[in-house]
Ligand binder design. Structure first.
Ligand SMILES: *Cc1c(COP(=O)(O)O)cnc(C)c1O
Length: 392
């Protein structure tokens, strides 16, 4: 089908919940994708941080197809090897104790909130279900995770929202303290606010929140849906902050392109979820789990060092472009935000870049880059050249 044919079907038969770029992507290889007319684009989006090993990675493809030919799905009523191996890999490499699987980021965060409330309920009874989250955060699109998201624009239309969330300022420990009360069971936050604009939290703030949680027996819940699985140059971002969370959620990049996610808990929380208290049909799916095993195996220390080096390279080169509409960069590893200056909006700049062959994201008022973690020097240079040509 041509782009025009696909677009016509989309407009007629698909609910129009997205403002799409006018490109129909047909196939990909590494950090390059081709549209239906055969035109190439450099991909600095990785499907919003999902295709961590790029497109059509041969080892990933083999892991997926081998598992699909063996056992595509079996319910959680039976044991199967792939999810057990992912759980072991996650725990041994993070110091966490056990894992529960789901299929998306919002679902992982729902599970994390359920776990925190049950931890508190088991120990203190009713009335301690409030979770403090940060302003400008993003935690998902279900009714509960929208309520957890600390941005007013998300609190519309779908009333009534889930109760039990209060918001504090990012990097403002006093503001977190001001939300304290006998009803609080947890603090939940991203370490680099992704959708909010690629805003890394201060180390002192994160350690201060961790201390506060420890003093008051609140759980420290870290949403690593976007920052996790190598994106920031460590397997998880919390490993660069000198804190050990109680629960961590993950999704996006974990299975390199398949829907997969979940939460990992520390020793204190390992027995909170008991048979019948949480579940999902697809969670732990063998194909997605086999893909996740492969992704985690690839991400050894040398791989993660490379992610750091590539991120440093991209940021330095972007700042050296000398393009007037781009300001400072920020972020960690290959999660990069670029400040937009002048009278064109980030959306307008992104549209022009896509038109000229570079897929790129926006976040907050800036641009956002989440390239596949396997992006090559050549692909980065091609992307940088498009940035320069388009925006000069
Ligand atoms: C993307 C994202 C989510 C939601 O994940 P979905 O898979 O879209 O449900 C939650 N938290 C953060 C930090 C995210 O970046």
């Amino acid at each position: 089908m041509t782009f025009e044919e696909i677009k016509a079907l989309d407009e007629q038969y698909v609910m129009q919940s997205y403002g799409r770029f006018p490109v129909a992507v047909d196939r990909g290889q590494g950090a390059t994708v081709w549209d239906t007319a055969g035109r190439a684009y450099i991909d600095f989006t990785a499907g919003i941080g999902v295709c961590s090993l790029g497109h059509a990675h041969p080892g990933w493809l083999k892991a997926v197809t081998d598992q699909a030919g063996k056992l595509a799905h079996i319910s959680n009523l039976f044991y199967a090897e792939p999810y057990a191996r992912v759980a072991r890999a996650l725990c041994t490499r993070t110091g966490m104790s056990n894992v529960m699987f789901g299929n998306s980021g919002a679902e992982a965060n729902e599970a994390m909130i359920k776990l925190a409330r049950k931890y508190s309920f088991d120990k203190y009874g009713m009335g301690r279900g409030t979770v403090i989250t940060l302003r400008n955060s993003f935690h998902g699109r279900t009714i509960t995770t929208l309520a957890a998201t600390g941005q007013d624009v998300f609190h519309n239309y779908f009333f009534p929202f889930t109760e039990g969330f209060r918001y504090a300022g990012a990097n403002d420990l006093d503001s977190v303290r001001a939300q304290a009360g006998h009803d609080v069971c947890a603090v939940m936050m991203e370490l680099v606010q992704g959708e909010g604009g690629v805003l890394p939290l201060d180390r002192d703030f994160v350690q201060g929140v961790a201390q506060l949680c420890w003093e008051r027996d609140w759980l420290l819940l870290i949403d690593e849906v976007q920052t996790g699985v190598g994106r920031t140059g460590s397997l998880f971002a919390f490993q660069q902050y000198g804190v050990q969370p109680d629960v961590v959620s993950f999704a996006k990049g974990i299975a390199g392109g398949l829907p997969f996610g979940g939460v990992m808990a520390n020793e204190k929380c390992r027995n909170v979820i008991t048979p019948g208290t949480h579940g999902t049909t697809f969670g732990g799916n063998p194909i997605a789990a086999a893909a996740a095993c492969y992704v985690l195996d690839i991400m050894d220390d040398a791989f993660l060092k490379e992610v750091q080096a590539k991120g440093d390279y991209l940021r330095t080169q972007i700042e050296a472009l000398g393009v007037p509409c781009l300001g400072k960069t920020r972020g960690m590893g290959l999660m990069i935000g670029v400040e937009v200056k002048g009278n064109q909006t980030n959306k307008e700049l992104a549209a022009k870049l896509v038109e000229n062959g570079l897929l790129i994201l926006t976040a907050g008022p800036g641009l956002r880059l989440l390239p596949p973690l396997v992006v090559t020097r050549e692909e980065m240079d091609k992307g940088l050249a498009i940035l320069k040509e388009t925006l000069s």
